[in-house]
Design a protein. Sequence first.
Length: 86
Amino acid sequence: MEEKELEETLEKTIQEHQYQKVNDNLYLTNYQTKVLDEFHIPYKDCKSTRDILFLLEDTYDDEEFEELDEIARQIEEYSYYHETNK
């Protein structure tokens, strides 16, 4: 892989995983919002990550939703480290 290709791939990865503010209490990466949009998950109506996780529990029970399963894991991890009182 040439240096230019590597830089482009790195920039794309950074952009996909950069957190964006959805509302006052909710931050998601560009990749997460893209996948949630593709599966028509109404994340913009959610007030917290727990609300999104609740919606995802009903949706990704099937094996065909591996991407949603991964998104749920990421959101759960974010929730634990950023929203849980320790």
